[in-house]
Design a binder for this molecule. Structure first.
Ligand code: 5AD
Ligand code: SF4
Length: 474
């Protein structure tokens, strides 16, 4: 398999815009992978709503979309086993079913999917979603499967509809897509294509719409979000810090985040924004992958550990309460015991509130997949185990350190048990209080009373008298 944008062996381009009548139809979207995929699934539902498609919770639906992830192994296995289940459902369903495969596996494997699962009706890459109506029309009129995995010249962002349904108090907003970094382990530059930055005016309009629909917190999304450099309303190229400042001017928006960042793009003005922008939450996801300079070079990360340390130091100088999360890969080709120890040392000295760690997974078509010095599976397992034990300890320590602390919680809705309300801390931890008089979207100060492995218990402090930093900022 090659990871270039595939040609379209079965593509039929309809000549005209769609003429489907909006008869009521059911849509089920299954999503794997990153927040960008979750965001894309939401946009696909928005695009299909005017065609009469309403989301349903089960795959017994007129249209089922599988939005796939290709970042690590077994993505294709997962897809084909899910497709096998859907095939049985499709054959038994009196009204029939259209099956579409979207996302990064679709982008990378294109025709292979139709060869192995000919009952699939549509395969579309991550740049094709705005063409969903015409692609579906091509499927229904043409009666043959359609593949669209092109990277079009036009920007996907310009063709996506705005958010039509409320995402609730915490909303996601894609501002950047694709990656030009080409880390040697990663498929993203191949499946998501070159970096694209959405223009600031369109982001600001979208953010205002989300806030009007009830969002109080917005997380800006991008594979390389801090490489964003979109056109500003003044026609000049804006850096992310400037965009964050403009977003902070939206009155009812209380909290801002951005994810996922690359250390190389943590510019001085962005680091300073963590001091000057009061709405920017004190929590940053900054993947470092390894603590060894040799491995970072082999990964083509284009930075060393010294730079990472300096960035962390500057972030903490600017925002002493900032907490960090990160991504790690163990068992990258050529990783020795000494390289792995360097990763453990970096984790120990940095201290992470949260982290995601993975065994290196060979992705065909990426440079590291062909490296001769692959690390044996048992070694990878042992290293992952050791690293995760340390990261787990750090996460527990971080959560426990919150006991007795006071901060604002953005409440997102009733908790799992009657009489409880749940929300998110500035560090994104789920926080649960015993209260019923709160409303979704309310921000109120709490004191943390207990820490569970994945959530915090809290009691409300006086909502009326304690004006917090966020309230003053909003
Ligand atoms: N193997 C293991 N982990 C990977 N990631 C990306 N590609 C691979 C791979 N081939 C991890 C990186 C990245 C996160 C999203 O997934 O840590 O930051
Ligand atoms: Fe993949 Fe590296 Fe780009 Fe992140 S920066 S998406 S790890 S190539």
């Amino acid at each position: 398999m090659t990871l270039t944008a595939p040609s379209r062996p079965l593509t039929r381009e309809p000549a005209a815009t769609p003429t489907l009548m909006p008869a009521p139809r059911s849509l089920h979207v299954m999503t794997w992978g990153c927040q960008m995929n979750a965001y894309d699934s939401g946009r696909m539902a928005d695009i299909l709503r005017p065609l009469g498609y309403a989301p349903v919770a089960t795959p017994d639906a007129d249209l089922v979309i599988l939005n796939t992830c290709h970042i690590r192994e077994r993505a294709a296995d997962k897809l084909f086993s899910e497709l096998g289940r859907l095939r049985t459902l499709k054959e038994a369903r009196p009204g029939g079913m259209l099956i579409a495969v979207a996302g990064c596996v679709a982008q990378a494997e294109g025709a292979e999917i139709l060869a192995r699962a000919p009952y699939v009706d549509l395969v579309m890459g991550s740049q094709a979603y705005h063409r969903l109506p015409v692609l579906l029309e091509a499927v229904t009129l043409g009666g043959v499967p359609v593949i669209d995995t092109d990277f079009p010249a036009e920007q996907k962002f310009e063709h996506l509809p705005s958010n039509q349904a409320s995402q609730g108090p915490i909303a996601f907003l894609a501002i950047q897509e694709g990656c030009d970094k080409f880390c040697t382990f990663c498929v993203v530059p191949y499946t998501r294509g070159a970096e694209q930055s959405r223009p600031a005016a369109s982001i600001l309009a979208e953010a205002s719409r989300l806030v009007a629909l009830g969002a109080r917190e917005i997380a800006l999304l991008g594979q390389n979000v801090n490489a964003w450099h979109g056109e500003g309303p003044d026609g000049k190229s804006w850096p992310l810090a400037r965009l964050l400042a403009a977003l902070a001017d939206i009155n009812d928006l209380a909290r801002l985040r951005y994810t996922t960042s690359h250390p190389r793009d943590m510019s001085a003005d962005l680091i300073a924004a963590h001091r000057s922008n009061a709405k920017l939450m004190p929590f940053l996801h900054l993947p470092v992958q390894s603590g060894s300079d040799l491995i970072l070079a082999a990964m083509n990360r284009r930075h060393n550990i010294d730079l990472f340390r300096r960035i962390v130091g500057e972030l903490r100088d600017n925002r002493p309460d900032i907490a960090l999360s990160s991504d790690f890969i163990v068992g990258f080709p050529g990783e020795t015991d000494a390289d792995f120890e360097a990763t453990m040392k970096l984790v120990a000295e940095t201290g992470f509130a949260l982290a995601y760690s993975f065994k290196y997974s060979r992705r065909p078509g990426t440079p590291a997949a062909d490296a001769p010095d692959q690390v044996p599976e048992p070694v990878k397992n042992a290293r992952l185990h050791e690293l995760q034990a340390l990261l787990r300890l750090q996460q527990d320590d971080f959560n426990r350190a919150q006991i007795g602390q006071q901060f604002d919680v953005l409440f997102t809705g009733p908790g799992r048990h009657p009489g409880q309300f749940a929300g998110r801390s500035p560090y994104l931890q789920p926080v649960i209080v015993d209260a019923t008089h709160l409303t979704t979207g309310q921000i109120a100060p709490v004191r943390i009373t207990a820490a569970n492995p994945n959530s915090l218990m809290a009691s409300l402090t006086d909502v009326n008298t304690e004006l917090s930093r966020e309230h003053q900022a909003a």
